[in-house]
Design a protein around this ligand. Structure first.
Ligand code: TRP
Length: 337
């Protein structure tokens, strides 16, 4: 039997090349494999748990992220792209699942803990935020996903989902199977650094990101600003490639590995300037992202078409969700009529 795959993103801004190497590329590959029924959820309800004061940002990001999906080659005929807030089964499942989770367990979730600290929620955590892992379990279970491709930071969510499944099945009978998290193999690809240096992950809040939507000049300018070896002051000086973001990116994006090793050697010996290496990285990245950028702007010209894709994806998700919900209600003995 075909497996079901579900993953999701919080729509809080455009997607960047870190998202691309860390997850989007892999999603397209899994779609192309033909082995899965694929669902991708635009998790606007979850985005609102920590952006409830800025709903306009979330709303606009729905469209922007949808453009990013389509640009990288997610195909609405093979991948169902849907909007979380328009699937009423999700909050309904969440309410039932909340009985199966203790507050103490929610407070122990390591990812939630980190986020609480980052967002300064220590003194008073909004209840909606604390409970989002339960709502994420509903995201995963409405379509009975078997696999959930995510970054390592999301593994605690999968673990909580699996606990909910065990508890649910224990009280009400076997309805759900335990989903598996699927982590990309290559570690570097999970945390492509931002342009300001190798020790910080690319993220929109840090202002160190290269977006899929960035045009050629912006891409060139961002690469020109990229952190290299601060000791490499003169072209003649030997340079360091460890911790040198430009070389980290070349390792990820350049297909000509021979050329990359030649550049590395030359740089380490001295006599190769940063600008030369950066210009090569620009060529490499531009060749890679140009078709994506062009597809993105084509879709951008036709917002009606993009919204129709989201609408029909959401309709399909609702059909699937209602089947699951019927089973859940029956199992929980609340199927009165
Ligand atoms: N929590 C995920 C993130 O921050 C987004 C998400 C929401 C998700 N629902 C999901 C991921 C369901 C996987 C499955 O990136």
């Amino acid at each position: 039997m075909r497996k079901t795959l579900l993953t999701g993103d919080r729509p809080t801004g455009q997607l960047h090349v870190g998202h691309y190497v860390g997850s989007l590329k892999n999603r397209v590959m899994m779609q192309e494999s033909g082995d899965y029924d694929c669902f991708i959820l635009l998790a606007d309800v979850q985005a609102l748990t920590d952006n409830f004061q800025t709903p306009q940002k979330v709303r606009e990001s729905i469209f922007e992220v949808a453009l990013d999906y389509l640009a990288v080659g997610l195909d609405p005929n093979r991948t169902t792209i849907c909007i979380q807030s328009l699937i009423p089964a999700l909050p309904e499942l969440t309410i039932y699942f909340l009985n199966l989770v203790t507050v103490a367990r929610l407070e122990r979730n390591p990812t939630v803990k980190t986020e609480i600290a980052q967002k300064g929620f220590e003194k008073s955590v909004p209840a909606g935020f604390l409970c989002y892992p339960v709502s994420q379990a509903a995201d995963i279970l409405f379509c009975k996903a078997d696999v959930v491709p995510v970054g390592v930071d999301q593994l605690p969510m999968i673990e909580q989902t699996r606990e909910i499944v065990r508890s649910f099945n224990n009280y009400y009978g076997d309805v759900f199977n335990e989903p598996e998290g699927l982590i990309p193999e290559n570690d570097i690809e999970q945390r492509l650094p931002g342009i300001t240096g190798n020790d910080t992950k690319m993220s929109k809040s840090l202002g160190n990101a290269i977006y899929l939507a960035d045009d050629e000049q912006t891409l060139r300018a961002k690469i020109r600003q990229m952190y290299t070896d601060p000791q490499h002051l003169r072209v003649e000086d030997p340079g360091n490639i460890e911790g040198n973001t430009v070389f980290t990116y070349l390792d990820v994006f350049a297909s000509d590995k021979g050329e990359v090793s030649r550049l590395k050697e030359h740089y380490q010996q001295g006599g190769l300037g940063d600008v030369k290496v950066k210009d090569y990285l620009f060529e490499v990245m531009n060749a890679h992202f140009k078709p994506i950028r062009e597809r993105r702007s084509e879709f951008q010209k036709d917002p009606g078409y993009v919204m129709d894709i989201l609408k029909s994806g959401t309709e399909k998700a609702n059909e699937v969700a209602s089947l699951t919900l019927a089973e859940v209600r029956k199992a929980m003995k609340i199927d009165y009529f």
